[in-house]
Design a protein around this ligand. Structure first.
Ligand code: AP5
Length: 210
């Protein structure tokens, strides 16, 4: 199955992508994680992306379109994939459509802005493997340490309160119009993402089968 997860920053796309990945055994592709890894490695792409990401703005379309085109050619994407964080603008969605990739479903996870800002302050991510946790809703077994690799858990730079607000403004302006784009293609499924993680997962799985 070829899926897109849409939703505001912090709506739970990465969290639900992990659950779908386990259920369907298809890779979850997060443009955010790919870009953060490039920033950490100091690659040319990372240097280009860093200032946009730190400011809560979108990285230019040509950069992320290139990333996704390369990644979708990998062998592990042959039986399907989950796109988490792509597309995020109409030109990105159009580029995906024009490249002939036939998306089966687009799941939009809806969470009000107030709930997002509250959630983001509690998110912690692994400094080594990028696994994501929450100080209240998804605690690691040992405080401050990643369950998967033992790496140190840190707060993402773009989870600072003002940057979260800037990312929400960018989301409403640039990404929200994608709902109409995919609704017109008959691909859009909307789920409420305000429930706890397990209940949201049930709604996401129901949307997959719908
Ligand atoms: P990216 O990393 O994609 O960030 P994002 O879309 O803003 O999404 P997040 O990773 O912040 O949140 P999420 O929806 O995955 O939520 P999560 O599951 O972690 O992108 C970062 C930056 O990269 C962008 O700002 C941009 O600059 C650039 N970029 C990336 N893609 C791009 C593109 N296509 N074009 C241009 N630029 C691009 O959950 C959040 C927290 O809440 C976690 O702590 C989690 O444990 C908790 N949580 C999740 N679900 C629940 C629940 N149901 N109840 C309670 N807590 C929950």
């Amino acid at each position: 199955m070829k899926l897109i997860l849409l939703g505001a920053p912090g709506a739970g796309k990465g969290t639900q992508a992990e659950k779908i990945c386990e259920k369907l055994n298809i890779p979850a592709i997060s443009t955010g994680n790919i870009l953060r890894a490039a920033v950490k490695d100091g690659t040319e792409m990372g240097l280009k992306a860093k200032s946009y990401m730190d400011a809560g703005q979108l990285v230019p379309d040509e950069v992320v379109i290139g990333i996704i085109k390369d990644r979708l050619n990998d062998d592990d994407c042959k039986n399907g994939f989950i796109l988490d964080g792509f597309p995020r603008t109409i030109p990105q969605a159009q580029a995906l459509l024009d490249s002939g990739v036939d998306i089966d479903k687009v799941i939009d996870i809806e969470v009000p802005d107030e709930a997002i800002t509250k959630r983001m302050s509690g998110r912690r991510v692994c400094s080594k493997c990028a696994n994501s946790y929450h100080i209240e809703y998804k605690k690691p077994k040992v405080e401050g340490i990643c369950d998967a690799c033992g790496g140190e858990l840190i707060q993402r730079k773009d989870d600072a309160p003002q940057t979260v607000l800037d990312r929400l403004v960018e989301y409403h302006k640039m990404t929200e119009p994608l709902k109409g784009f995919y609704e017109n293609l008959g691909k859009l499924k909307v789920v409420e993402g305000q429930e706890d993680v397990a209940d949201t997962t049930k709604l996401v799985f129901a949307a997959l089968e719908d």
